[in-house]
Design a protein around this ligand. Structure first.
Ligand SMILES: Cc1cc2nc3c(=O)[nH]c(=O)nc-3n(C[C@H](O)[C@H](O)[C@H](O)COP(=O)(O)OP(=O)(O)OC[C@H]3O[C@@H](n4cnc5c(N)ncnc54)[C@H](O)[C@@H]3O)c2cc1C
Length: 446
């Protein structure tokens, strides 16, 4: 396909921003349209005027294997805003007791278990590696729990760190998550091991998400004379004679274009693809990829928790894990100067927490939890607390979901799909969103 003259990118999350920047750098005129008043999609910042701070919609952990995300951050001049945790992650038990069997050591050695269990663990790892390399079976019809039962991974290994990995990486419980989604994740971590080593195995943002993901992209797009519009909701992608003709906005405005990247989540595609021949299949897929929630809190306390590292993994709470993030260490919040110390917590696959509790209850549960695990929190007061419920944080990666993700290429000339739900090497993550952008642009630029 010849290079498009004018491409409309729908949606300004990581996928849409990534596609817009790549197209602009390739010399294509781009119009980026976002329905919200703010850019960033599921990675956006939140002003907290009560404590004169800027929080985000939930801390994100970034894998060093997210090569396309690192490319995007390089292009937008934001790569240096990522930091590697000093240690990832402590596994903290009640009363602040630290479990020495931390994930880094577990995969290789796993201190503290008997020889029989250790042999079983190694045999199971070998079976998992075999499944990941040969991919003889789809594994999309069983849960990760069933897969781990089948390969015989001992319960102690799961309780200590494998369940943590599944829930954290897939935002789904082991009994609900597709074995294929987890297997594919393990496979890409191995095949991209070198990238991960180069970039740092796990990283996080040292600033707010607007500064990390949006500000640099806005500059690049402005330098290329591209148009960026917020509060611009696309109603339909208009197709004539099998090719993109433009988009119609909800107010009736028509923008003509010879290419479109549709970078909206599955729950927002309804209506947009009505002119696309394969719309029924795409709408069916979008309906099947049901959302999974994540609940985060941002806390401002009058005393520090005395965390010696940036990130702690705790066992308990509603799910299998809770993560606690020290914002003094992560984003340089000047706690001691302000006399106010800031932390964030996260519960993945938080179905019950989200549906059964008010924000006030969530703050109380979280504070009780911190008091149980951190002796320093016992007499700490919550000065301000913010609950962020992301009911549609990711799509739920249940059995059947991995095999139905749509390709970026469509049957329509000039139309590509992007977003974390399209076919990538990753589960529903920013790494997947960034890779989908690269692939969508590849489709349009031939
Ligand atoms: C709390 C939380 C924690 C997470 N943790 C991690 C993590 O640790 N690591 C990780 O890799 N991933 C994590 N994720 C997942 C990650 O954030 C998402 O996978 C990724 O941001 C999705 O990006 P996207 O561009 O595909 O979609 P989105 O970010 O959803 O962007 C789509 C955009 O399209 C816009 N839009 C929709 N419809 C229209 C329309 N008709 N017209 C115009 N615009 C429209 C939306 O408003 C939105 O801005 C987390 C997500 C959440 C919510």
């Amino acid at each position: 396909m010849a290079k498009p003259q004018h491409c409309v990118v729908i949606g300004a999350g990581v996928a849409g921003l990534g596609a817009a920047v790549r197209l602009a750098e390739a010399g294509v005129r781009v119009t980026l349209l976002e329905r919200r008043g703010q850019f960033g999609g599921r990675t956006h910042s939140i002003d907290v005027p009560q404590v004169d701070d800027v929080a985000d919609n939930g801390v994100h952990v970034i894998s060093g294997a997210f090569t396309e995300l690192f490319d995007y951050l390089e292009m937008t001049g934001s790569r240096d805003l990522l930091t590697q945790p000093d240690k990832y992650a402590r596994r903290v038990m009640p009363d602040g007791v630290v479990d020495k069997r931390t994930p880094g050591k577990l995969f290789v050695w796993f201190p503290g278990i008997g020889m029989v269990e250790r042999l079983k663990m190694w045999r199971a790892y070998l079976r998992m590696t075999r499944d990941a390399i040969w991919r003889k079976e789809s594994l999309d019809d069983i849960s990760t729990e069933q897969w781990l039962d089948r390969v015989g991974l001992p319960r102690i290994t799961r309780d200590t760190w494998v369940d943590f990995l599944i829930i954290g990486a897939l935002n789904e419980k082991p009994e609900l998550a597709s074995a294929r989604a987890f297997r594919d994740l393990l496979a890409i971590m191995v095949t991209r091991g070198r990238d991960a080593q180069k970039n740092g195995s796990l990283l996080y943002s040292s600033t707010d998400f607007t500064s990390l993901f949006v500000t640099g992209a806005e500059k690049v797009l402005a330098n290329h004379g591209c148009e960026i519009r917020s509060k611009a909701t696309v109603r339909k992608i208009v197709i004539r004679d099998g090719a993109v003709a433009g988009v119609t906005l909800t107010g009736g405005e028509f923008i003509d274009a010879d290419a479109v990247v549709c970078a909206v989540p599955p729950w927002n595609v309804g209506g947009l693809l009505d002119d696309v021949p394969e719309r029924d299949r795409l709408y069916d897929v979008a309906r099947e990829l049901v959302p999974a929630p994540l609940v985060s809190t941002y806390l401002w306390l009058d005393k520090p928790l005395d965390m010696p590292v940036a990130i702690d993994a705790l066992v308990g709470g509603e799910g299998v894990i809770e993560q606690v993030f020290d914002r003094q260490r992560m984003v340089g919040y000047d706690g001691s100067e302000r006399g106010l110390y800031s932390y964030s917590t996260m519960v993945s696959a938080a179905y019950d927490l989200d549906s059964l509790h008010t924000n006030q209850e969530i703050l109380e549960v979280t504070m009780d939890f911190l008091r149980k695990y951190y002796p320093a929190a016992r007499d700490a007061e919550l000065v301000h607390g913010q609950v962020v419920r992301m009911k549609k944080a990711t799509y739920s990666q249940r059995p059947g979901s991995a095999g139905i993700r749509p390709a970026q290429r469509t049957s329509v000339r000039g139309l590509a799909l992007a977003g974390d739900w399209t076919q990538t090497d990753f589960p529903s993550t920013i790494g997947g969103a960034a890779q989908s952008a690269e692939r969508a642009v590849g489709v349009l630029l031939g």
